[in-house]
Ligand binder design. Structure first.
Ligand code: PNW
Length: 665
């Protein structure tokens, strides 16, 4: 049977110091072009070229912040992306900066919990705390100019970085008294330097305010994102950033990936800080301890009130443990909205920048079987949309439409917190300037069947609750079989170097179309891919699924997706001559995803305005440590005290792709 799906068509296919960084020799010619003679940051930033003069037309007025109304059609005839396309790479503060206790920086939850539970990180060197934490990482705190050289090689015109909240406000609480902020000035100067250096090099800053590094003091004080107060502390910190940096930063992302922050930080632990494990993730069972377990495990201490794995309800303002991820999500979305309100009320009109949220989430692909009827497939398409509403819409609807998707409300029943009418108003349109999407991998979706072949039906209103909410669909667990991160075969695409990371190019096109359709007319400056990339396959990831995946794709007549690779693709930490530098798997990833992005723009008319590759450099890959490498630049973390940056082939490839596929002015 032949199905008309999107992807069948795809295969056709120092602060004041001036610092102009040049690319390394082989790219010198290009670098001279870009590192032009910008004199001072202020000259460059007063009226950034890509932002139209929209004075007096902000907030709800129709054409507010439409930075380039012609964008939509300009590149289509040529088959290229428009010259205004935002092109660059991304990193996050805790993963690259290091200098964790330098110049007055305060502890974040990542500092605290990596130090307390060193065994929660999958790789590292025994006894070497720096090898399991972001203590030093790439030391971008001291080596930022080296990073800019790498940006030049890929011809970046934008750079996405994040600001460390606890570097600015060590106890998390920003306050302005008598016109003066209680900021850690040395920390604030670091970001002045970053921003100015970028601008001097013709690279536009795209700053994220929160990339998972909550000041530990706030976790200790009231339980961090589990508590309602977090939104106000976040908004105050954001206000400082707008006031200090907003003359130069015109693109703000409030929160990075609320889903990962809350699900991996509170439910599926101990994965991400604060290492809570309120769900049924397999790793919990091994380490289900009360109190401190210095060898590794889940954390149950929180705030002024200690509680144990058995405590069902926390004191005032705290959710029941089983709903921690849900409440974390709720509060973090409100934090986003509060920060946007501050920007809109006090800064946007003058500064003329854009603000939005970045969500993550797998594109949902309807499950297909060789002898399926059209009705069955159509039903799975319907369920793919429902699964996407759960996985993505839960986070992207509130900042655009002002509320959770109806399907999520119906299935969660009373376990889903409600936004008050004022909160809905606050949320609605809070990501209407642009929407950021981090995209890596797709998942299958379908309506699950009972053993007798009948469909599992959605919960009735009476049955609706957190536990029942997803039982009739294949949601974020890959066809509903098993729990946790790892997909059960067949997977969509070949296995990259992180358990959840599979290479399936149509991911980006399917997802972009899903957003475009759902939010038609509601996002003024389109969608920005704020992350996409892969870890080169490595020794840690099992490929047991390869054959199942190959056989499956053959069985449905789509052999082209039976993507597998030879052993020589696998990264070996001791082989500098190999894929550590000559990263052909990663190049193929970028080729496939970028081609699908291009098609989404030129063929489907999706308003996609930017692409940030993850990541500019190898860095601290959270609970996977330093041996899961997502970078386009190599660093020998264990043996090289200089942390020298060595460009990989993929970095050069991206520079070429940009020249060939984006209109040059
Ligand atoms: C993103 N998943 O995280 C983050 O924003 C980065 O900090 C991180 O380094 C990068 O992707 C690579 O991991 C994700 O399970 C973590 O689907 C997990 C998932 C997706 C993204």
């Amino acid at each position: 049977m032949k199905f008309l799906t999107i992807f069948t068509t795809l295969l056709a296919v120092s602060s004041a110091k001036k610092c102009i960084v040049k690319a390394p020799a082989s790219n010198a010619a290009d670098a001279n072009d870009v590192a032009s003679d910008v004199e001072t940051p202020s000259e460059n930033v007063d009226a950034p070229a890509e932002i139209s003069d929209n004075e007096g037309k902000l907030n709800d007025e129709v054409d507010s912040n439409d930075e380039d109304s012609n964008n939509e059609n300009s590149g289509k005839k040529s088959g290229k992306l428009p010259a205004s396309f935002k092109w660059g790479a991304a990193t996050a503060a805790y993963q690259v900066e290091g200098a964790w206790n330098v110049d007055g920086r305060g502890e974040s939850v990542w500092d605290h919990f990596t130090h307390l539970y060193p065994h929660n990180v999958e790789t590292g060197r025994p006894g070497d705390e720096d090898s399991i934490s972001g203590n030093v990482a790439c030391d971008s705190y001291h080596k930022f100019e080296e990073d800019v050289k790498m940006m030049k090689i890929m011809k970046a015109n934008h750079y996405r970085f994040s600001i460390s909240w606890s570097r600015l406000f060590p106890d998390g609480q920003a306050k302005k008294e008598k016109g003066k902020w209680n900021v850690n000035e040395k920390g604030a100067e670091y970001y002045d330097m970053v921003i100015n250096t970028l601008i001097e090099n013709d690279i536009t800053p795209l700053a994220t305010l929160y990339h998972w590094d909550l000041p530990y003091a706030l976790h200790e004080k009231y339980g961090g994102w589990l508590d309602y107060h977090s939104q106000y502390d976040f908004a105050k910190y954001a206000e400082f950033c707008f006031e200090r940096y907003g003359d130069r930063v015109k693109n703000w992302i409030t929160i990075n990936e609320p889903w990962v922050n809350c699900v991996a930080g509170y439910k599926n632990g101990p994965g991400k800080a604060p290492y809570r494990c309120t769900g049924e993730a397999p790793r919990k069972l091994q380490n289900d301890t009360t109190g401190l377990d210095l060898l590794g495990g889940c954390s149950y201490e929180i705030g002024p009130s200690q509680y144990t794995p058995d405590s069902e309800v926390l004191p005032a303002n705290r959710p029941p443990q089983r709903l921690e991820e849900v409440w974390c999500s709720h509060n973090i979305l409100l934090g986003h909205a509060q920060a946007v309100k501050v920007y809109r009320d006090k800064f946007q009109k003058k500064q003329k920048g854009l603000i939005g949220i970045t969500v993550d989430g797998e594109a949902q692909i309807p499950w297909e079987e060789p002898n399926m009827t059209e009705e069955e497939y159509a039903n799975n398409e319907k369920y793919a949309n429902l699964a996407a509403e759960f996985r993505i819409g839960w986070y992207s609807d509130p900042p655009i439409t002002g509320d959770y998707p109806e399907s999520v409300k119906q299935r969660m029943g009373k376990d889903l917190p409600e936004f008050t009418p004022e909160q809905k108003k606050l949320l609605k349109g809070s990501s209407s300037d642009f929407l950021g999407w981090n995209t890596y991998t797709s998942h299958w979706a379908a309506q699950v069947k009972n053993e007798d072949g009948t469909y599992v039906e959605p919960p009735t209103d009476k049955e609706a609750n957190y536990e029942n909410s997803k039982r009739d669909m294949w949601d974020d667990n890959c066809r509903g079989r098993g729990d946790g991160w790892t997909c059960i075969p067949p997977t969509l695409g070949s296995q990259a170097g992180s358990s959840w990371n599979t290479k399936y190019g149509p991911t980006i096109r399917v997802g972009l179309n899903w957003f475009a359709k759902r939010y038609e007319g509601l996002i003024k400056n389109g969608i920005i891919i704020t992350e996409n990339g892969c870890a080169q396959p490595n020794y840690k990831v099992s490929r047991a699924n390869d054959q199942v995946t190959i056989d499956y794709f053959k069985s449905i007549g789509k052999e082209e997706f039976a993507d597998a690779y030879d052993e020589d693709m696998i990264e070996r930490e001791d082989d500098l001559e190999g894929t550590l530098i000559h990263d052909t798997y990663r190049i193929d990833w970028y080729k496939q995803y970028l081609e699908n992005l291009r098609l989404a723009y030129v063929e489907d008319g999706v308003d996609v305005r930017g692409y940030m590759a993850w990541s500019l450099i190898d860095n601290y890959e959270w609970e996977n440590g330093y041996e899961t490498r997502f970078g386009m630049t190599y660093i020998d973390f264990y043996n090289d005290p200089e942390l020298k940056r060595v460009p990989k082939d993929s970095l050069t490839f991206l520079g070429q792709w940009y020249t060939e596929n984006v209109e040059q002015e």
